[in-house]
Design a protein around this ligand. Structure first.
Ligand SMILES: NC(=O)c1ccc[n+]([C@@H]2O[C@H](COP(=O)([O-])OP(=O)(O)OC[C@H]3O[C@@H](n4cnc5c(N)ncnc54)[C@H](OP(=O)(O)O)[C@@H]3O)[C@@H](O)[C@H]2O)c1
Length: 322
């Protein structure tokens, strides 16, 4: 049920994770009563997760501890909210089928956003190891549709801070920057705070019902050469450039063990094939672009993102992909 204020109640699965924490904070700041369904704390729970849960409580988030196997509990929580957003990582993608089963039983959810948040999985054609992972995300999309659950699918292309951390702050060799492919292919970036806001806005927007929302703000589409030139100007430094060719990426994708073979596939898809900026003509659903849907949201530009990376870079995500 929506609050008297009209703000719907938002439940986030995976809210303590990298993207999840941005979604939770955006939900709170957009005025939604916000809930996080989180696995129980144990003596092995890492301190950063405890800290983020404490922070969530301090900003008014309701935390519910439980597993996806506790269906009765899950259904009880779902019945208290309107919107479900899931931000699980790749290994847990198919666990979302349990959330879908519980949503079917609860019967009241007005919008479900599954854990996509990458390249638009229905339209890209990446190398096999990455395609196999995307197939699992597509299976979740299909299950939500078949269950008749109102949905919005959000694709994010390349996350700004996540990829800038990897590309601009190479911890192994801080004096060199790595260029995948020619360096002249355009790539779309969106800052995580903007993705959080776009996701929560889309989850509550009648225009995005049963649609795909793709985040690629026009001003944040840039080649690696352009990005590195801006970074050199910003830092006042000149970095050595090392190229990893398209052929080398394909070879890595074929020879590395799983899941290390996925990173080269993601780089190949975006930096070689340009799949973060492909044309979305055709396809089953209409795809709406987030910054055009929400022009009042002032998104973070590449220049502003580089300032953030220079002064106070966000902590890198634990997920070792891309
Ligand atoms: N486009 C991009 O550039 C980009 C970059 C990174 C990620 N992504 C995408 O974003 C999505 C979320 O990834 P993420 O890196 O934010 O995820 P993450 O940091 O690994 O967090 C996911 C959360 O899932 C929950 N979880 C539930 N069961 C779990 C289990 N068995 N093991 C570990 N965690 C479990 C955890 O929350 P609790 O412990 O509180 O339950 C965890 O905090 C993925 O779909 C990924 O593909 C996209």
């Amino acid at each position: 049920m929506a609050e008297e204020s009209g703000a719907s109640k938002v439940l986030v699965f995976g809210g303590t994770g990298y993207i999840g924490s941005y979604v939770v904070k955006a939900s709170v700041s957009l005025g939604h009563p916000t809930y996080v369904y989180s696995r129980d704390l144990t003596p092995e729970t890492p301190p950063p997760k405890k800290e983020i849960l404490q922070h969530f409580e301090s900003i008014g988030v309701s935390i519910v501890y439980g597993t996806l196997e506790e269906q009765e509990k899950l259904v009880g929580v779902l019945r208290q909210v309107d919107v479900v957003i899931c931000t699980f990582a790749f290994p847990q993608v198919l666990d979302q089928l349990k959330i879908i089963d519980a949503i079917k039983i609860a019967g009241n959810i007005k919008r479900f956003i599954p854990a996509d948040f990458g390249l638009e999985e229905e339209r890209v054609k990446p190398l096999k190891p990455f395609q196999e992972l995307l197939n699992k995300k597509s299976e979740v999309r299909r299950a939500a549709k078949e269950a008749g659950i109102p949905y919005t699918f959000v694709s994010a292309n390349f996350l700004g801070a996540y990829f800038m951390n990897k590309r601009l702050c190479p911890h192994e060799n801080p004096d060199q920057l790595v260029i995948f492919g020619s360096g002249d292919v355009k790539v779309a970036y969106v800052y995580e705070e903007d993705l959080g806001a776009y996701t929560v806005k889309a989850a509550n927007d009648p225009r995005t019902l049963n649609r795909i929302v793709n985040c690629r703000p026009r001003a944040n589409i840039i080649t690696t050469h352009e990005l590195f030139a801006l970074w050199e100007k910003k830092t006042g430094r000149t970095f050595k450039k090392v190229y990893v060719t398209a052929e080398e990426l394909v070879k890595l994708a074929e020879t590395l063990p799983s899941p290390q073979n996925v990173g080269p596939c993601i780089r190949h898809a975006a930096y070689v094939k340009g799949e973060s900026v492909i044309d979305f003509e055709g396809g089953e659903e209409e795809i709406l672009e987030a910054s055009q849907l929400y022009p009042d949201h002032k998104y973070t530009t590449i220049d502003e993102l580089l300032d953030i990376m220079l002064v106070n870079p966000p902590k890198p995500a634990s997920t070792a992909m891309g």
